[in-house]
Write a protein that binds this ligand. Structure first.
Ligand code: CUA
Length: 326
């Protein structure tokens, strides 16, 4: 559906967000007209006339009227709340099969990294029809990743990972904006998202210079920074092994546990003292200031690669269903 004045609808979220927006506009327009028309009508009807001293008769509360004008707006605003919350929850839960891409924002550019190792600046190439999950962080101040055609906007915050996702529905070239004031050249912190057909995307992936996948670059860094001297795969080092750590619940000194997600690994690299693994000494030096956010992402991907992915049963079942349909 093409709506004049609106950006294109190029993601699965776009129609949902627009329908909610129409509802908000319709409610606002209805009450604006109702209120202004009432003011106008009543001002004329009860104007001061000759032989009338201008003092109105006292009116007492009508309980029915009070209930009506409380319950109707309450209902209308609960619809806004419920509808908005439903879209918000869907937008904040990326599906498991999403294609993962990393975003590092800095004054004043977008750096994007693909799992296969491709890096881009102010340009993002993605395939149409696949859910895309972005894991984002900033090197300096708060930025915000905003693609109007997808109706997705998510703050990109220094010192933590935020995520967003979307499924592009049509090929094309779409504006990417920074939607959080971040300094002098905030307005110039823009880029383009190129949504490609699956074939064009494969071509794009195979082109360009190869620097290894993110995980491979992370492994090299892991050795260069001498992490490998201590974190040995067979647990013989002075530090815990990182094999099968990602996604697990890690027992910590003090009896608590922590879920080993991206944020946990990032923190363990930059502030190793924050969460010390049960049975180990806080020996690890901090790497704060020695590694960039991009380095950290590569290390995180390497650690993730040490946990073999379980074989997903869902696609196999799909294939079977398709085979039996034929
Ligand atoms: Cu980055 Cu505004």
């Amino acid at each position: 559906m093409k709506i004049p004045l609106f950006p294109e609808q190029a993601s699965t979220f776009a129609p949902d967000v627009d329908h909610l927006y129409f509802y908000l506009v319709a409610v606002s327009v209805f009450f604006t007209i109702l209120i202004f028309a009432s003011i106008f009508f009543l001002a004329i009807k009860y104007r001061k006339r000759a032989g009338n001293d201008g003092v109105p008769k006292a009116v007492h509360t009508g309980i029915a009227l009070e209930i009506v004008w409380s319950v109707i707006p309450f209902g209308l605003s609960m619809v806004m709340f419920g509808w908005g919350a439903e879209i918000f929850f869907r937008e904040s839960r990326p599906p498991q099969n999403a294609l993962s891409i990393y975003v590092v924002a800095k004054q004043w550019m977008w750096k994007l990294e693909h799992m296969e190792g491709q890096r881009e600046i102010n340009e993002l190439h993605i395939p149409v029809g696949r859910p895309i999950r972005l894991t984002m962080t900033s090197e300096d101040v708060i930025h915000s990743f905003y693609v109007p055609a997808f109706r997705t906007k998510q703050d990109v915050v220094p010192g933590r990972y935020s995520t967003t996702w979307f499924t592009p529905t049509q090929t094309g070239k779409y504006h990417l904006f920074c939607a959080e004031y971040c300094g002098t050249k905030h307005s110039g912190m823009t880029g383009w998202v190129y949504v490609l057909s699956p074939e064009d995307y494969q071509d794009w992936l195979s082109g360009g210079k190869k620097t290894g996948t993110l995980a491979e670059r992370g492994e090299k860094l892991f050795n260069d920074l001498a992490c490998s001297n201590c974190h040995k795969p067979d647990n013989s080092g002075r530090c815990p092994t990182l094999v099968n750590v990602f996604g697990s619940n890690v027992k910590l000194v003090g009896g608590t546990t922590a879920k080993a997600d991206e944020a946990y690994i990032r923190e363990s690299i930059l502030r190793p003292d924050a969460k010390v693994v049960f049975g180990y000494q806080p020996l690890m030096p901090t790497f704060q200031g020695q590694v960039t956010e991009e380095d950290v992402l590569e290390l995180v991907e390497y650690v993730k690669s040490l946990t073999p992915k379980p074989l997903a049963p869902a696609p196999a079942a799909d294939n079977k269903a398709q085979a039996s349909n034929r």
